[in-house]
Design a protein around this ligand. Structure first.
Ligand code: FAD
Length: 362
């Protein structure tokens, strides 16, 4: 949990004052987190869902939205984004509240048996149970990978843009060949004082129409294009704001070119990182959380883990496995929240209670 002594409960239940009160927080809105909403909902349990990405869908939406999946039961072929859209639609009756673009950074056990969670944006939850459906971890931007870049992050070296206006009338170098790099190149080309796009190879992952527009801008003299990779930063002495002059690029032909600029914008895509989860006192084996196979509970009672993030004998990192885990975790959570109440198994086909929860007219 947040402190090294994390498994021992904190005395400060008062620390949860002003936090969002909820039965369950689901960390991760990938396919397994989304199905977890549904399985909890069937048992009458409401959840808040947090994801560090700005959109639900996890790996399916972030890494392969247009690729077909062939091993989802009863769907012989389903696009990865289509699967996410269907899961969102299926979970809709349960009105989960989404908190997107926020990473859960802290998880702390409280004396009352509940948990206090905190996100990168400062949102706090007081939850009676937690499901970690964090996949391979939270997605982080791939870094520029040159010495000194870290010290200038957010001031001269950027991995995300809040507003194009921040870069108006500035000298810019943009790295990348995907949609984000090309979209921002087209957006900023008319606003920047100068703009150079740098990409390591002639092929682009971005939409062909965007690449064609970029080439038109280059032909028209509105911007430059250089084929190469980042070599080093141009700084006088240590890398700091005032000493920054630009970036050196190693061109495909081996020459080093100096590109003077005010800001470097880097769009190399995102990659998942276990991140803060590793510090929450959970039993971890090879970057995955160890769970039982009855309830998919971790070594911390009340904290469950489903999907790619968990491990147990025979684990297979498949969406199908995560769906099964979410169903059993929901029963485990229901028992955790109400230890004296037996949770009967009911069929969605015939159960009037489930019809009511699903909004199915009788
Ligand atoms: P993920 O999809 O990884 O989602 C986890 C989410 O948690 C992410 O959105 C992440 O941002 C968020 N998160 C992590 N940490 C935090 C935090 N601290 N705070 C907030 N949010 C956090 N599987 C199949 O079954 N069939 C296939 O055909 C198939 N094809 C694949 C093809 C490719 C190219 C790839 C890469 C994977 C494929 N998979 C396939 C695997 C499948 O995508 C994963 O098994 C599945 O996405 C796991 O779902 P998940 O919900 O556990 O995690």
């Amino acid at each position: 949990m947040s402190a090294p002594s994390s498994t021992s409960p904190s005395p400060g239940a008062a620390a949860a004052e002003g936090a969002i009160q909820t039965d369950v927080v689901i960390i991760g809105a990938g396919p397994c987190g989304l199905f977890q909403i549904f399985e909890l909902g069937l048992l009458g349990i409401h959840a808040h869902v947090v994801d560090s990405l700005k959109h639900p869908g996890g790996q399916c939406s972030e890494l392969y939205p247009d690729k077909p999946i062939y091993d989802i039961p009863a769907l012989p072929m389903c696009g990865a984004q289509e699967l996410i859209d269907r899961l969102l639609q299926q979970a809709k009756p349960f009105n989960a509240q989404f908190h997107l673009g926020e990473e859960v950074t802290e998880l702390q056990a409280l004396e009352d048996g509940a948990f206090l969670l905190r996100t990168s944006l400062g949102t706090r939850f007081h939850a009676r149970a937690v499901v970690i459906a964090a996949g391979l971890g939270s997605f982080q931007p791939r870094r520029l990978g040159v010495e000194g870049a870290e010290a200038l992050e957010g001031r001269r070296i950027h991995y995300k843009i809040k507003s194009a206006a921040d870069f108006a009338a500035q000298r810019l170098v943009i790295f990348g060949g995907g949609d984000s790099a090309l979209d921002w190149t087209l957006e900023l080309a008319g606003k920047a004082r100068s703009l150079t796009l740098v990409h390591r190879r002639p092929e682009f992952r971005a939409a062909p129409a965007s690449v064609a527009k970029m080439r038109d801008l280059v032909s028209g003299g509105s911007m430059r294009y250089v084929e190469g990779v980042a070599h080093s930063l141009m700084t006088e002495g240590d890398a700091h704001d005032a000493s920054f002059r630009g970036v050196r690029v190693k061109r495909t032909d081996g020459r080093i070119e100096e590109l003077e600029c005010d800001h470097v914008l880097t769009f190399f895509g995102l990659h998942p990182k276990l991140g803060p989860i590793a510090e929450w006192g959970l039993k971890i084996d090879k970057r995955a959380i160890v769970v039982d196979t009855e309830k998919f509970q971790t070594n911390i009672p009340g904290v469950f883990a489903v999907g790619d993030i968990n491990t147990y004998p025979g684990k297979k990192k498949l969406i199908l496995s995560g769906f099964h885990e979410a169903a059993l975790a929901a029963f485990g959570i229901a028992a955790h929240l109400n230890p004296t109440k037996k949770v009967p198994l009911q069929y969605t086909t015939t159960s009037p209670i489930m019809h009511k929860r699903l909004g199915v007219p009788d």
